[in-house]
Design a protein around this ligand. Structure first.
Ligand SMILES: *[C@@H]1O[C@H](CO)[C@@H](O)[C@H](O)[C@H]1NC(C)=O
Ligand SMILES: *[C@@H]1O[C@H](CO)[C@@H](O)[C@H](O)[C@H]1NC(C)=O
Ligand SMILES: *[C@@H]1O[C@H](CO)[C@@H](O)[C@H](O)[C@H]1NC(C)=O
Length: 401
């Protein structure tokens, strides 16, 4: 074993290092890592929403000198926090407001109640072409979108006074075709814009086998209203009209979540940290399995899963740190404190052997990059890259090609 390790270390030490890590010698003990190609988020501006596409370089860093912007044909919006304060960062109180699947990008327009679809040119991944027209979300204030490759279907989640889930068939040529006449109501009793973050919807995603569509809704501790997980069984290629609702024991305000298998979910909970949830594929009931309290957390809300490291990386809007959760045990394995001086981070995403987080503020959007190439328990801060004079604190969503 020892000789194997020393051979591996010797092999890597012969490799010239492109990674400009804070400690070159320590990062040099890891492979350089496979990069993704481009990173995407939405400006969510109320005067006109756009997708920002940022190229990723061979060392995993983003090239913020070469980003492009693409109008979605809709407007952004922002929820309200207590006492008439406009929310932002995290104006949508959600994860998955922008997703990328199979060279297609989907983004919600919370201020126009529409969903926009783009094709991504795989040879020039910052080159996007809108397909068809933005489609009505059949509700108010859409905040998240899911896509199933197997069903060739997208479903959108509305968070406003008219809430609920609407689905579309997806064609890379013709775009979105509505499959529903009206949204499946959740009746959580919100306004438009919603008042949150508690008591609003959080996330929507399919199970990897596309046998269920899952919606996460935050509880509202001040009013004593419990949050829930709504599971819509997929039968004969159709999303059922009514969900099976569960209230996992001990959850407070379930937020962004990642599926790590067809039955296991790692969810954040803004109230304490993370929760590993188990979906019963027969009854569609979701139960709490492991509750993990993150020390010092303020609002743990976003997840990104790496199947390679078998970890889920979670961010906190008020703590400038990544916590690494073992996807199997649901427990914390490591943490990395950023040195960039930001308050915290919202959406995060894994691309290849790198993790990206979004930290929007007034006048600037920061993207922090972490190398995951050393494996589980060994995050390395690569650097933070800024976009100025454009997208601001209302930016949201993060996706990768
Ligand atoms: C870099 O290495 C020095 C000396 O070993 C250590 O004190 C410091 O904490 C390291 N910095 C980072 C960012 O790992
Ligand atoms: C976007 O908002 C502007 C007002 O700021 C309005 O004139 C325009 O119609 C809106 N566009 C859409 C697509 O909702
Ligand atoms: C909050 O906004 C609403 C709607 O704009 C307004 O009616 C209300 O007076 C405001 N409340 C405070 C405390 O400013």
């Amino acid at each position: 074993m020892r000789s194997f390790i020393s051979i591996v270390v010797a092999a890597f030490s012969l490799t010239p290092y492109a990674l400009a890590a804070p400690n070159g010698s320590r990062a040099g003990q890891c492979p350089p890592g496979r990069p993704a190609r481009a990173l995407y988020f939405q400006t969510n501006m109320r005067s006109g929403n756009s997708i920002v596409a940022v190229p990723i370089m061979s060392n995993g860093a983003v090239d913020t000198n070469k980003y492009s912007t693409h109008a979605t044909g809709g407007n952004g919006s922002a929820g309200m926090e207590a006492m008439n304060v406009t929310a932002g960062p995290d104006p949508l109180f959600s994860q998955d407001s922008v997703i990328v699947k199979d060279n297609m990008l989907f983004a919600v327009n919370a201020g126009s109640n529409t969903l926009t679809m783009f094709n991504i040119n795989p040879r020039h991944p910052t080159c996007l072409t809108m397909v068809g027209e933005p489609a009505s979300t059949m509700g108010d204030f859409p905040v998240a979108v899911a896509y199933s490759r197997k069903l060739k279907m997208a479903c959108v989640l509305n968070s406003g006074a008219s809430d609920g889930v609407a689905c579309y068939s997806v064609s890379a040529r013709t775009g979105l075709r509505p499959l529903d006449k009206s949204a499946r109501k959740l009746n959580i009793g919100q306004s438009t814009p919603p008042v949150g973050p508690t008591g609003t919807v959080s996330d929507i995603f399919f199970t990897p086998d596309s046998k269920s569509l899952i919606v996460i809704v935050k509880g509202n501790p001040p009013t004593g209203v419990a949050g829930f997980v709504a599971v819509y069984p997929v039968q004969n290629g159709k999303i059922s009209t009514t969900p099976v609702k569960s209230n996992p024991t001990g959850s407070v305000a379930l937020f962004g979540s990642s599926m790590i298998s067809n039955t296991e979910i790692i969810a954040t909970d803004a109230g304490f940290g993370t929760m590993k949830l188990k979906l019963n594929p027969k009854t569609h009931v979701v139960d709490a399995e492991v509750k993990t309290t993150i020390a010092g957390q303020a609002a743990t809300c976003w997840t990104a899963y790496s199947p390679k490291t078998e970890s889920v990386y979670v961010t906190d809007i008020k703590m400038n740190r990544i916590e690494e959760i073992n996807a199997c045990t649901g427990k914390v394995v490591s943490a990395l404190d950023f040195t960039n001086g930001n308050v915290g981070n919202i959406d995060d995403i894994v691309g290849g052997d790198f993790l990206y987080t979004l930290s929007p503020s007034n006048g600037k959007v920061d993207i922090a990059v972490v190398s995951l190439a050393c494996g589980q328990g060994k995050m390395k801060e690569l650097g933070t890259f800024s976009i100025r004079n454009g997208p601001d604190q209302f930016s949201q969503g993060l996706a990768v090609l």
